[in-house]
Design a protein around this ligand. Structure first.
Ligand SMILES: Cc1ncc(COP(=O)(O)O)c(C=O)c1O
Length: 405
């Protein structure tokens, strides 16, 4: 008899489960299309040239040490995190910013913070969303209701704008939290138009909702960080800069620093007094949970963004990544249409960022995995960066077989 016998069995997160299953698969043609991690055309995790150079700069610095960081995090990181997110749109707005343990940590920190200070009845997620959003909020406070707003229309592979707006207008209440993905929506690869973002902001204002942007893919949607921050900056400047909202920011994907856990949380408020109170509360939470954020990855990001030559290199690296994704989307589209594979695949060409929904039923996803050793998530999400010139034909042929035989 153990103290732990009563722990109920817990299903592994579906992304991690697919990755583990593929790792254990010994088939020579296996293809893991589950992780949201950028790979190069050799299926290797890519170290960005800008990151390599920044590492050299840091390691050559004789004063580099491993001290704890200030409670807000690395000052350079916090400053560049703000600049990349808001550019000059803050213009005197009061904001509390903290380094966080990547996007997951920033999402957790904002959930903990809002659960304590706002005590929302309900948190709203897009349907579908990154599966960890629910886990994080459940973990922080299971008493907060979790509800979905319509987002993806799988019949048309587009956003259900009307469903989304009318659900929020009809059912959301003052003080509810709404999670919005800033760009390159995971898992659908479909983002709101600027017009729709304006309508979403208007609903948030009308209904008194508290928006939390999850910004995990800035630079991945269009290859341009300013375009990809448009929605956040719209919220920051709208209504003479009176909206309060938060941004949970990750540097995992856009700097390829997955394991270094670099991120930030920003709370945009209406007054210096509110920002100071928010900051004090965030520091209190961070102290209890982690004391100090990791420093090496933070130094890499700060070094790149603050050095004009490295920043220029980083912009090119973003173009390299987003360009390869576009190329792979086109190749998959061509291979499927060449075979007359049933379904409408044109959204592959217009989807944005790392992911696309293939629309395969869970049963077909299982056949693809069991018979062809091609791993998608059960939701049918396909991670485009795991496609290569070497495997895209096999993937297309396997999808074709699954849909036709
Ligand atoms: C929408 C979204 N938010 C946040 C994250 C968190 O990523 P990380 O904790 O690696 O920065 C991810 C990662 O896949 C994501 O897709």
């Amino acid at each position: 008899m153990s103290w732990f016998d009563e722990i109920p069995s817990i299903a592994t997160d579906s992304t991690l489960a697919a990755m583990e299953a593929c790792k254990a698969d010994t088939h020579e043609k296996k293809v893991d299309l589950s992780p949201g991690i950028y790979h190069d055309d050799n299926s290797s995790t890519w170290v960005l040239p800008s990151v390599k150079k920044a590492r050299e700069v840091l390691l050559a610095d004789k004063s580099l040490n491993h001290n704890l960081q200030p409670q807000n995090g690395h000052p350079g990181l916090v400053s560049v995190a703000r600049e990349l997110t808001f550019s000059d749109t803050l213009d005197g707005r009061s904001i509390a910013s903290m380094q966080a343990i990547s996007g997951t940590g920033a999402n957790h920190l904002v959930a903990r913070f809002l659960s304590d200070v706002l005590q929302p009845k309900t948190v709203w997620f897009s349907n579908p969303t990154w599966e960890n959003h629910r886990e994080i909020w459940r973990h922080v406070n299971p008493a907060i209701n979790q509800r979905n707003y319509p987002y993806y229309d799988d019949r048309t592979s587009t956003i259900d704008s009307q469903g989304m707006l009318s659900t929020l207008r009809g059912h959301a209440s003052r003080g509810d939290v709404i999670i919005l993905q800033a760009c390159a929506h995971n898992p659908t690869g479909v983002d709101p138009s600027r017009e729709l973002w304006e309508a979403i902001a208007a609903v948030c204002e009308e209904k008194g909702l508290f928006p939390v942007f999850d910004s995990a893919y800035q630079g991945f949607a269009t290859g341009n960080i300013d375009n990809d921050a448009w929605a956040i900056r719209h919220f920051a400047t709208r209504s003479n800069g009176t909206m309060e909202f938060a941004v949970a920011q990750s540097f995992s994907k856009n700097f390829g620093l997955y394991g270094e856990r670099v991120g930030a949380l920003h709370i945009v408020t209406r007054s210096n007094e509110s920002a100071a109170k928010a900051e004090a509360k965030l520091k209190k939470i961070q102290r209890a949970e982690i004391t100090s954020t990791p420093s090496f990855g933070a130094k890499i990001v700060a070094t790149i963004v603050q050095n004009p030559a490295l920043r220029e290199q980083w912009q090119q690296d973003l173009q390299t990544m987003s360009g390869r994704l576009q190329d792979m989307r086109k190749r998959l589209y061509d291979e499927l249409t060449k075979r007359n594979t049933p379904g409408n695949w044109s959204h592959l060409l217009t989807d944005i960022g790392m992911f696309s929904m293939t629309g395969l039923s869970p049963k077909r996803v299982a056949v693809l995995r069991n018979n062809f050793h091609v791993y998608l998530l059960p939701t049918s999400r396909l991670a485009v960066p795991c496609l290569t010139t070497g495997n895209v034909e096999y993937v297309a042929e396997s999808i074709h077989q699954v849909l036709t035989v």
